[in-house]
Design a protein around this ligand. Structure first.
Ligand SMILES: C[S@@+](CC[C@H](N)C(=O)[O-])C[C@H]1O[C@@H](n2cnc3c(N)ncnc32)[C@H](O)[C@@H]1O
Length: 457
């Protein structure tokens, strides 16, 4: 029952749980079939991606504020509204009926009439659920995140001329403070692109293993799975579970965003080198580092002990990466980190990657709950401070002449260039070699930042 799984997940996410991890657990426990799993995933991610927009569609149709409604009713309304406004493949009657059923199954039979009435009213207010153009009444046109618009019979959005920020926040489900920050830093046009990327369904991005690109393309073609090139990756859409794709068992690819996949190549690794991978879990970049140094090299991958580290260990084992050692440790306490590798002279690593925890503002379309967890600019300042500290530790483990890459999936200067330049101002042993900021592109790639530094002495 995909709606019931989605409803349970949404309620838990509302109480602070992480969407992807929670849904994975719920799906495992409920033992859904592949098609139902895909629908549950689509529903959870879709609701969370458009939650503020959905809430502002529901609010005027309710007698009491949505926050005061029972959590089951509130999230069932969101589920129903998402299907009515943002999904084409589910007929309106089925969207309403299944949401009402989910309310019943969740133990709220007395709320079914209310949920049914609100959703039916919402359904009847949609004039065109997938218009190619917004038309000339912007307050009635809701962007759906796939380039189309849902047109309503009355105004559903604030006036863009009178309240531009409130309009963007409601249309794109993004907090006003974040939109203001994007606009100040990247300008108005780029901000629209960032908001569109945050509202779009991301493709599944496959980074082919070295020398396997052609083989993977041929296998996808043979299975009639469409793909597109994006930087170092191949994008596939609607192809079901990743583990069912051709080449999964043979490890022909890693699932990695194209922007993330462009980080490790900055280190220009040589076969046999010794690399320290800090903040490594779940291991997307660890696999690329292992490819870079080959079987004769060494990668020491470090992250906090816990479930993410277990995922990293599992992936290293699945790929039989004998050159990777995994260490559960807190990078903030560097006494637990080796100074270098005995096999490589013990005086620092040839290359160090530090992929710091960040605001995730470059990947709002993928990490769908993040925009609600970021509770204000102070959160970004705290993350930037932590990143600065982590960078100092990472720098202390680079050998003379060695390379250091600092990376984030944030597009906020405070966590990116500001951290790196403050570090360079303090530490004259390092030069800045290259710096790249990538803004997200709807449905194609996330955003992020990476800087390559070299230790001079
Ligand atoms: C951006 S994610 C890393 C993604 C990873 N490099 C990859 O490519 O799959 C940041 C990681 O930093 C880890 N982390 C946060 N604080 C840490 C600390 N003090 N010591 C070690 N790891 C930490 C988190 O557990 C998280 O896995």
């Amino acid at each position: 029952m995909p709606r019931e799984a989605a409803l349970e997940t949404l309620r838990r996410v509302e109480r602070g749980a992480l969407a992807r991890e929670t849904l994975d657990g719920v799906l495992r426990r409920r033992k859904l079939e592949a098609r139902d799993r895909d629908l549950a995933r689509e529903l959870v991610q879709g609701v969370l991606r458009h939650q503020e927009t959905i809430d502002s569609l529901l609010a005027p149709r309710l007698k009491r504020p949505l926050e005061k409604a029972h959590a089951v009713d509130r999230n069932a309304l969101r589920l129903g509204a998402y299907q009515l406004v943002f999904l084409d493949r589910i007929p309106a009657r089925a969207a309403v009926h299944t949401s009402v059923e989910a309310v019943k199954v969740a133990g709220r039979p007395r709320a079914t009439g209310f949920v049914n009435a609100i959703l039916r009213r919402l359904a009847s207010s949609v004039v065109n659920s997938s218009a190619a153009e917004p038309g000339d009444a912007p307050r009635r046109a809701l962007p759906r995140g796939d380039g189309t618009w849902a047109i309503f019979d009355a105004d559903v959005l604030p006036d863009p001329a009178a309240e531009p920020l409130a309009y963007l926040a409601a249309a794109w489900s993004c907090p006003e403070w974040l939109i203001e920050r994007f606009t100040t830093e990247h300008g108005e046009e780029a901000t629209l692109g960032i908001l569109a990327a945050a509202a779009a369904r991301p493709a599944v991005s496959l980074r082919p293993a070295p020398g396997r690109r052609a083989e993977l393309q041929a296998a996808l073609t043979e299975r009639k799975i469409d793909f597109e090139d994006e930087g170092p990756c191949l994008l596939v859409r609607g192809a079901g579970a990743v583990s069912e794709l051709p080449g999964f068992d043979e490890c022909w690819f890693a699932v990695q965003d194209p922007t993330a996949a462009e980080v490790v190549p900055l280190l220009s690794l040589e076969p046999g080198e010794g690399v320290l991978d800090l903040c490594a879990a779940p291991g997307g970049k660890t696999v690329a580092l292992a490819d870079g140094v080959g079987a004769a090299g060494v990668v020491l991958a470090v992250d906090l002990p816990g479930p993410r580290l277990k995922l990293l260990e599992r992936e290293v084992k699945r790929r039989a990466l004998a050159q990777v050692a995994v260490l559960g440790a807190d990078v903030v306490e560097p006494e637990h980190l080796p100074r270098g590798l005995k096999s490589h002279g013990d005086d620092g690593f040839d290359a160090v990657l530090i992929d710091v925890p960040c605001s995730n503002t470059g990947v709002l379309g993928q990490r769908v709950e993040v925009r609600r967890r970021l509770d204000g600019p102070h959160r970004i300042e705290m993350l930037a401070e932590q990143a600065h500290h982590l960078l100092l530790v990472a720098a202390s483990r680079v050998r003379a002449g060695g390379r250091l890459v600092y990376s984030t999936c944030s597009i906020d200067r405070a966590e990116n260039a500001d951290v790196v330049h403050a570090f360079l101002d303090e530490d004259s042993d390092f030069d800045l070699v290259a710096e790249q900021l990538t803004l997200p592109i709807a449905g194609r790639r996330g955003g992020g930042y990476a800087a390559l530094l070299r230790r001079t002495v």
